[in-house]
Design a protein around this ligand. Sequence first.
Ligand code: FE2
Length: 391
Amino acid sequence: MANVRSFEIPTVMKHGVGAVNTLADDARAMGMRRPLLVTDPGCVRVGLLERAAKPLREADMDYVVFDRVAPNPPIALIDEAAALYVSEKCDGVIGIGGGSSMDTAKSVGVVAQNGGSILNYEWADPQPIQKRIPPTICVPTTAGTGSEVTLWAVITDPKRKIKFNVGGTSRIGAWMALIDPELALDLPAPFTAGTGMDALAHAIECYTCAYAQPLPDATALLAMEYVGQYLRVAYAQGHNIEARYKMAMAAMLGALSYGTESAGAAHAMSQSAGGVHDVPHGALTARVLGPVMEYNYMGEPQKFARIAQALGKDTRGLSVFDAAEMAVEAVYELTEDLAIPTLQDLGFEESEIPTLAKIAFDDPQTIGNPRDLTVRAYEAIYERTFEMGKK
Ligand SMILES: [Fe+2]
């Protein structure tokens, strides 16, 4: 209670329809002459790279493209992109895409400025990040990860079959986020659903975790309200710009809720399991979020009652515990309405539960969870998640 906390954010946030149009001016203003554009083949295929890079071409800006970002980016990919940055004598990074592209962009900056491999910076061990990343602009094309404003990047280690975090310091934060909701208009419904639920998970986990503090509590609650009001709309009407804008803001606000800390059991589970099976982070997180909340709500009943209200539930006349339980119900309803794939759909098998529970327990995000955890508790949460997937 009232422990000393800090909150930092080094990122200028510009948002709204057309925000990406000033990309060249903003890049120049922070000293970029030859940026590395980091993106993924999907963004190239649907024309998003073309669209986002248009201001750079119109301004005759010289740039280099690295367009091979894969979902859940592995160590080797980061190191390869960083080597390209150095050999091409780039002087800034522009990440265009979802969380994987933006995490790669920020990580390229870490390696380019601090040397070695991105593996050296796993949870700041063995090496903390000493130098701030070079000028970096993130342009999100989904509304979920919020990597454009977080102080984290998530990297996959295929050898150990785990994902680990790099960051927890403003030195990895993007210099600027250009959040333009028009870039998400063509995002297919299943991606809208998964990424939107990821934004909700960030807000809920950070709001209820041991590191919570007033400023991120405020951003988390508004993120939940926006998700409650607009995620179903964005899912049902991909071209509804108001819903896309509010979801872009929900992603940004949910991500701000992290501060320098990390999430809780849902992310401990989804990040560790995501190292075992290469599946979308949003869908996996969404599937475990309800069962994790069902396990957690008795640890922070007042806060879970507020979550229920933020998600639109009428809790008048209910006891705090009954209201808290409604938060769980609200998330289960959202999960079903958005047709989030089950763990079974994602390729997981119940025989994997002991392994999945063990690696979730070993994930550092277990520590901040609002209810004490054991390996057995994780097994029970996984059992419940599989059970929910059978209905
Ligand atoms: Fe996430």
